[in-house]
Design a protein around this ligand. Structure first.
Ligand code: 5GP
Length: 205
């Protein structure tokens, strides 16, 4: 899932994951590594794994990232092993990442579902970034310039959600998750088990 910084994707993902938990659908939020300094209130290992540049560079060297990208002067990356372990355990894995990273994931995992979250307008994006109150005005300006470039890449994504009203954006992502879980390839093992019963009962199929 990608969007410009401040597009609201973290909030949407968290709410969808809570709804999934209520249905017993396992999900996992991938905690990224970043060289960005922690913002006030951010916790290491919860919001991000905060690392210095040499550590990040060594991880790139060892091939430990599923994807990584530079964004507004900082490096961000998704740990390959954590994602693989969760997928193997049957969890739906959510990545809250920017556009370049999402494109890398899609090329490496073609069955990944990519979702672009668009803010409803420039004014709303600016207001959200300012209200967050965690970035200096110059950083906000930079993030808005980057956002304009990122938003132009929405056609490469499977889905686009316009985050005008949060509740509707959450419903939209929830529906996308439900549809992805019903894909034929994903249901094949279960469908085969059901069919096996019919075959065992000598019904011709
Ligand atoms: P922020 O500094 O506001 O937390 O994040 C800046 C941007 O980097 C956001 O669009 C966020 O989704 C993205 N981002 C966070 N983690 C990753 C990651 O692991 N990989 C990539 N490519 N982008 C990330």
């Amino acid at each position: 899932m990608a969007s410009p910084s401040g597009g609201g994707k973290t909030t949407i993902i968290r709410q969808v994951m809570a709804a999934m938990a209520g249905r017993g659908w396992p999900s996992y939020f991938s905690v990224s590594h970043t060289t960005r300094a922690p913002r006030e209130g951010e916790r290491n290992g919860v919001d991000y794994h905060f690392v210095d540049r040499p550590t990040f560079a060594a991880m790139i060297e060892r091939g430990e990232f599923l994807e990584w990208a530079e964004y507004v002067g900082n490096l961000y990356g998704t740990s390959r092993s954590a994602v693989e372990a969760q997928r193997a355990a049957g969890a739906d894995v959510f990545l809250d990442i920017e556009v370049q990273g999402a494109e890398q994931v899609k090329s490496r995992i073609p069955e990944a579902v990519s979702v672009f979250v668009l803010p409803p307008s420039l004014a709303v994006l600016r207001q959200r970034l300012e209200q967050r109150g965690k970035d200096a005005p110059a950083v906000i300006d930079k993030r808005i310039r980057v956002a304009a470039k990122e938003m132009a890449r929405y056609p490469g994504f499977d889905y686009v959600i316009i985050n005008d009203r949060l509740e509707e954006a959450v419903q939209a992502l929830d529906a996308i998750v439900a549809a992805a879980r019903c894909r034929t390839a994903r249901q094949a093992a279960l469908a085969e088990r059901i069919l096996a019963d019919f075959r065992a009962a000598c019904v011709e199929v």
